[in-house]
Design a protein around this ligand. Sequence first.
Ligand SMILES: [Ca+2]
Ligand SMILES: [Ca+2]
Ligand SMILES: [Ca+2]
Ligand SMILES: [Ca+2]
Length: 200
Amino acid sequence: MINTTDMSRAAALATSLMFAAPAAMAATTFDLTGSPASQASSFDYTVDGIGLEVTGFTDLVIGGITPTDVTRDETGLGVTRLLDSDPDLDGQVDEFLVFTFDQTVSLFTILFDDVDSDDDWDLFVDTGSGFTQVANDNTDNPFTFALGTDGNRVSIGADGRNDSFRVREITVAAVPLPAAGWLMLAGLGGIAALRRRKKA
Ligand SMILES: [Ca+2]
Ligand SMILES: [Ca+2]
Ligand SMILES: [Ca+2]
Ligand SMILES: [Ca+2]
């Protein structure tokens, strides 16, 4: 015999969980600062179960986009390379920081440090099909992404002779899997079916 009460309870619970999920989507802020000052080929962070790896690149006249070291201090992250007099993200030769998340995230804000009136930044987002530029020579600090900007990689570039700044924080949110609600519903349906079998 079908227990309709269990079925409708399960469905109601699943529905409420599905609708509750976006509201529960909390912002995650990565504090990128570190002390004492150091440099490495990459820096890794994990906050709220979201993994982040930050790497550095420079656009060499000969050699093109080339991996280079990331610098970290109490004001955040920068980039350095051979013959670079500035450990910040600077535009003497174009430098980039690439943020690679271990999942697709909703991008909220980026907070910069060591910012002077002549600093500005270029921003690129990879939504899964390569980088697209979303801001050029922008001076908003913090910078706020357009609502609904999702991606798994962000690149921040300095391309002006006077650009010299650091990246202090990035705030994102995990994107709930669209399939999760249906899996939950199927799971609860299964529990209801087990209950029915036990009663029988
Ligand atoms: Ca530099
Ligand atoms: Ca630019
Ligand atoms: Ca610039
Ligand atoms: Ca500066």
